[in-house]
Design a protein around this ligand. Structure first.
Ligand code: ASP
Length: 431
């Protein structure tokens, strides 16, 4: 049995157990205290922390190797610009598709406010930073603080500058580059070790989420929920795969098969950022993309590219406009598309980003921000699904750029067994 199959089986087991607890044991204090908020909470949080623990050192060493591997500043710039434009393209396509399908199906037309439990919760829009501040914040005034806070864009900026200067000092920088290569190997091994306990971590995360999050919340919101899920599926298996085939000349089926592990991690952690180690490993070891391209685009994409989140925003806009009986019109929807794309860049590096972006979009087109409270009840579940789509988008863009730059080994990509996870053998002394 492959590791991915094992993780998926544990994931489904967690989902079933969690739903079972939610349906039949939600008022048994013992189960809630010791299992849901005890064991599942502890194991799940430890697992997410283990993944997050890898992100900063892995991205740093991998980026140093990547930039020094390219060795050509012009090429680095070209890779960056291509990736950025493709991120904009996929996000624009995602939200346009979302609005088109939502306007056709029209969820929320006959929505009964009183039926929704989440209508009673209040939504307070978090502050979104102005664009000028986002630009200023790209440059860390203190790199150590950037590393300590895990500020991805600042880390990327500093590390690239550091690596470029390493190249500039020539022979004297050689040993540091070699050191970074070895440290990168070590971090990749740490990823393997952490991934080997993933089935239990994923099980705990799923069991906790579904024990606390009853599926009955979905019923009154089925229109909104269903449309988001539908568009996520169409975008991931249609639009993105078409782009992969047309722009990257890459077989979508093989890609999807190998991407599954990263999607499962994204789904169970709801965080593109925590999934970076797995995405990076998948793209490099399983798909054969050179470290010089992957090390840059994957963390960059995890921070600024959010197709799934844009889809949720598109559908949420149509849904809330319908619930409140507000007519947005073509100009309104075009503004939503523009705002959502800008917001996805503008809120880079801010945690809990989806709802902040949505509040920005609503403010711009004059929809009531408190309407967001309505969709918050089902947001946890949708977050899982859209994060899997976000990560798929990062993977697709990385593959397209790598193919264009001839930075991919198609032999590795075509080998179904390339980079599969082996059981880890812990070192032991013999004799
Ligand atoms: N959870 C998403 C991600 O990390 C972001 C969001 O939609 O809030 O990709």
């Amino acid at each position: 049995m492959t590791m991915t199959t094992k993780i998926i089986i544990w994931m489904i087991a967690g989902l079933i157990l969690g739903s079972f607890i939610n349906a039949f044991a939600h008022d048994i204090a013992f189960i809630q205290d010791y299992l849901v908020n005890g064991l599942f909470h502890v194991v799940g949080t430890i697992f997410i922390n283990l993944l997050k623990m890898l992100v900063v050192p892995l991205v740093t060493f991998s980026l140093i190797c990547g930039v020094c591997g390219i060795g050509d500043i012009q090429k680095l710039g070209r890779v960056g610009i291509k990736a950025f434009l493709l991120f904009l393209l996929t996000t624009t396509l995602a939200i346009t598709l979302a609005i088109t399908i939502a306007v056709t199906i029209n969820p929320g037309k006959d929505f009964n406010m009183a039926q929704s439990a989440s209508a009673q919760t209040e939504f307070v829009a978090p502050e979104a930073p102005p664009l000028s501040q986002v630009l200023i914040d790209l440059i860390p005034s203190n790199p150590v603080a950037a590393y300590a806070e895990g500020n991805m864009l600042q880390i990327i900026f500093f590390t690239i500058l550091f690596a470029i200067c390493l190249l500039m000092i020539g022979e004297r920088g050689r040993s540091i580059i070699e050191g970074a290569e070895k440290l990168n190997d070590v971090m990749m091994q740490v990823v393997n070790v952490v991934m080997s306990i993933a089935p239990y971590g994923v099980f705990a995360l799923m069991a906790k989420t579904f024990a606390l999050q009853g599926l009955e919340l979905i019923l009154p919101m089925i229109g909104y929920f269903g449309v988001v899920v539908l568009v996520l599926a169409i975008h991931a298996s249609g639009t993105l795969m078409l782009l992969l085939k047309l722009l990257g000349r890459i077989n979508p089926l093989k890609f999807m098969k190998k991407m599954r592990t990263a999607q499962v991690f994204a789904f169970s952690t709801s965080s593109s950022n925590a999934t970076i180690p797995v995405t990076l490993r998948t793209i490099e070891k399983r798909m054969g993309v050179d470290n010089s391209t992957a090390s840059f685009i994957v963390p960059f994409g995890a921070t600024i590219n959010m197709d799934g989140t844009a889809i949720m925003q598109g559908v949420a806009t149509v849904f809330i406009a319908n619930v409140y009986g507000i007519e947005l019109g073509l100009i309104g929807y075009l503004t939503v598309i523009g705002m959502a794309v800008l917001a996805s860049i503008g809120t880079a590096g801010v945690p809990g980003v989806g709802l902040i972006m949505l509040a920005m979009v609503f403010n711009q087109v004059g929809l009531p921000v408190e309407g967001i409270a309505l969709i918050m009840g089902v947001d946890r579940l949708l977050d899982m699904m859209r994060t899997a789509v976000n990560v798929t988008g990062d993977g697709v863009v990385t593959m397209i750029v790598a193919r264009g730059e001839e930075n991919i080994s198609m032999d590795v990509f075509n080998d179904p067994d390339a980079g599969t996870l082996e059981p880890v053998n812990l070192p032991h002394k013999t004799g």
